[in-house]
Design a protein around this ligand. Structure first.
Ligand code: SF4
Length: 328
């Protein structure tokens, strides 16, 4: 063990940061996949850590991890991401605590410090669009959503259900879109209860949607999903609907969809990018073609929420119809 590994271990022990190690048997059982994902020789690594993917999405997003049954297996040098996330969460939790107990503080120095916090803590939800509500979400989905989210929204409305990964992908997107918690809950409840009873919805699903908005449990804020994350996340299997259409749909399904709002040559250009594995560029081209945006004007799309923002910004005519609803 070299000195930096020793220092890292000492730091973890000293701060009582205990992370689960992957057992030797699991490393042997999943050796090939681990080596393919991490690009290392399993016999030469001292240990691997294991944690639920939501605790370390940065490592999953840049493909430095092996993902199995929702658990991320990663090398010790990436433990820094867990520590960073834990620190950030503790910081926000203690801010929330201070906020709730603010009225009990007697010390003027403390009250002065806390009052000045909004000036120095960056806004968490920089992507939020003002005025998004249940009354304009269908219009917004039709006009400004990227294909991945439009597909999930349409299925939610039509099938009144989404599988777990779809619920996560769409729920976190809605949070960063700025759909208020009450509206989001109403949307999920209204749709799901067309198929199941309210009691079952409350017992089985409500918690997840509350969790997505940081209302229960650790009051955790999920990171917003990037295209890279969605593209590299596990493949949608039978009846699953998450993922990126440019990466995960069959050529025919994608073509049928593109034909609804793109023309011959444009479709061919998008398909060429897809064949080359340039999914985000394909999505950017799709946005530009459907919104008549000059392609040099926008950077490559890197998140579904970013897509919506550019689409709204560049489409003043479409935006007028939302404005006229008095909601945005
Ligand atoms: Fe969605 Fe990103 Fe794929 Fe576009 S490139 S469809 S925004 S995941």
């Amino acid at each position: 063990m070299n000195s930096s590994e020793q220092a890292r271990n000492q730091f973890l022990i000293k701060n009582n940061l205990i992370y689960k190690e992957v057992s030797h048997n699991d490393i042997i059982d999943h050796g090939e996949e681990i080596e393919a994902c991490l690009g290392c020789d399993c016999s030469k690594i001292p240990k691997l850590y294991q944690i639920h993917w939501t605790e370390i999405p940065e490592v999953v997003g840049v493909r430095k991890a092996y993902l199995f049954m929702g658990e991320t297996h990663f090398l010790p040098e990436n433990i820094v991401y867990c520590v960073k996330r834990k620190l950030k969460n503790e910081f926000f939790e203690s801010l929330m605590f201070q906020k709730e107990n603010f009225h009990k503080l007697k010390d003027q120095r403390q009250t002065y410090f806390i009052k000045s916090l909004p000036l120095i803590v960056p806004r968490k939800h920089y992507n939020i669009i003002d005025g998004v509500s249940l009354s304009n979400i269908d219009e917004l989905a039709k006009t400004h959503y990227p294909l991945c989210m439009r597909h999930l929204h349409r299925l939610l409305r039509q099938e009144h259900h989404l599988k777990y990964d779809g619920k996560m992908q769409y729920g976190i997107f809605l949070y960063y879109l700025g759909l208020p918690y009450e509206d989001a809950m109403q949307l999920w409840r209204e749709e799901f209860t067309k198929k199941i009873g309210v009691k079952l919805f409350n017992a089985k699903y409500q918690y997840l949607f509350k969790h997505q908005y940081g209302r229960v449990g650790r009051k955790y804020e999920y990171p917003s999903s990037t295209c890279q994350y969605i593209i590299n996340y596990r493949l949608p299997m039978y009846q699953q609907t998450h993922g990126c259409p440019f990466k995960h749909w069959s050529p025919q399904k994608l073509r049928d969809t593109l034909e609804q709002d793109c023309h011959g040559q444009d479709i061919g250009d998008i398909e060429d990018l897809v064949r080359e594995g340039k999914y985000q560029r394909a999505c950017t081209k799709y946005l530009c073609k459907t919104k008549n945006i000059h392609e040099g004007k926008v950077a490559t799309i890197d998140s579904p929420n970013g897509y919506v923002q550019i689409s709204i910004k560049e489409s003043s005519d479409c935006l007028d119809s939302l404005f006229s609803m008095g909601k945005i």
